[in-house]
Design a protein around this ligand. Structure first.
Ligand SMILES: NC(=O)c1ccc[n+]([C@@H]2O[C@H](COP(=O)([O-])OP(=O)(O)OC[C@H]3O[C@@H](n4cnc5c(N)ncnc54)[C@H](OP(=O)(O)O)[C@@H]3O)[C@@H](O)[C@H]2O)c1
Length: 322
């Protein structure tokens, strides 16, 4: 919608993170001139005082809430309490202080596909969000984020707070975390295969059975979807952001192995958890409500991600030799 952001002050919590950094770029492409990115070191949003100070100091018209404590299965399993508390606390403070601030024109809350019940029929529809408990390894994270949907809907009803709630699929792309402990499946696989290729390792060990499925949304597409929703959608119901395309982890592993050019074996570590059995979002609502369709083919997105990571590691090696 041309001009939607013109003259508006926009705040993006988590705007220096993986998705946030692309969202800030997209917002500028869509005409936002005044975008503020609060950092955790200045505004620790797990503290109410910091959220209140953010509204008072930045004076936003529109606020995107992306700040979160996130990670892959390993990180979720190691930190169930912290993942619940920090995600819950940040959202509680951002939403409640929005009401106290009273001048916010729109709040966009970004949720997660981890909120869906473990055995949701595919494609996941938002009507199924409450039909069961999430997959155990990511339940604290998923439930904390889902509680914010209920809070935002309650605040809309009682206080007239204008907010929307979006549920992106698993994301991937450049600038993701390639930390093997904290990171998600795609960056972990890229890193493992590249390192194995470099060292000539005979095999790479991958977590789980490979039999589960996932859907992956390229990070720039997710950012575009969030901006379109902010411009065009005002409903109380949550909306999925995905591609609608499901891939088995075993196929994903072979695809990344081939793109990286690693010739060795893949060993499945079945003692490690698989996570949710299947994941794939229904995309109809996002298309109908605000015209969003994911544009990037998985192979193209993977190639861009591998290329980006290759450049980062080459630069890091060059600077360590200086
Ligand atoms: N990555 C995915 O696959 C995925 C999928 C679906 C939904 N999402 C959602 O998308 C959003 C962004 O995820 P991401 O992967 O981009 O995460 P990320 O790269 O880890 O970025 C998270 C950001 O949150 C900020 N943050 C964390 N704790 C904070 C605190 N206590 N106070 C203030 N800011 C804090 C960090 O700020 P600093 O940089 O200042 O430390 C960081 O920039 C999250 O809401 C996540 O749930 C992600």
């Amino acid at each position: 919608m041309p001009g939607f952001f013109t003259g508006k002050k926009v705040v993006v919590t988590g705007g220096a993170g993986f998705l946030g950094s692309f969202l800030v770029e997209k917002l500028r492409e869509h005409g936002a001139e005044d975008v503020v990115v609060p950092r955790r070191r200045d505004y620790d949003l797990t503290r109410r005082e910091a959220a209140a100070r953010l509204y008072a100091e930045a004076g936003p018209d529109i606020l995107f809430h992306l700040a979160a404590t996130v990670g892959g299965i390993g990180a979720n399993r190691a930190n169930p309490g912290r993942f619940f508390y920090e995600n819950m606390a940040m959202g509680l403070h951002i939403i409640d202080e929005a009401r106290r601030y009273g001048r916010l024109q729109k709040l966009i809350v970004v949720g997660t596909t981890c909120s869906y019940p473990k055995y949701t029929p595919t494609p996941f529809r938002t009507a199924d969000l409450w039909n069961g408990y999430p997959e155990e390894t990511n339940a604290p994270y998923g439930i904390a984020k889902k509680a914010l949907l209920v809070m935002a809907q309650g605040y809309r009803e009682q206080y007239g707070l204008k907010s929307i709630y979006l549920i992106p699929a698993n994301l991937y792309g450049p600038r993701d975390s390639f930390d093997l402990e904290m990171g998600h499946v795609i960056p972990a696989l890229i890193r493992k295969f590249l390192e194995a290729k470099e060292t000539g390792a005979a095999s790479v060990t991958v977590w789980g059975s490979g039999e589960v499925s996932r859907e992956f949304l390229y990070v720039e597409d997710a950012a575009e979807g969030i901006v379109l929703a902010a411009e065009r959608y005002d409903g109380p119901e949550p909306v999925n952001l995905g591609t609608g395309e499901e891939i088995r982890i075993s196929e994903l592993v072979q695809e990344i192995r081939a793109l990286v050019g690693y010739q060795g074996q893949v060993v499945w570590d079945r003692a490690q958890p698989d996570g949710q059995p299947r994941r794939c979002l229904s995309t109809e609502c996002a298309e109908r409500a605000f015209g969003f369709r994911a544009a990037t083919d998985l192979r193209v997105g993977l190639l861009r991600t591998i290329e980006w990571y290759g450049i980062q590691t080459a630069q890091a090696q060059a600077s360590s030799l200086r």
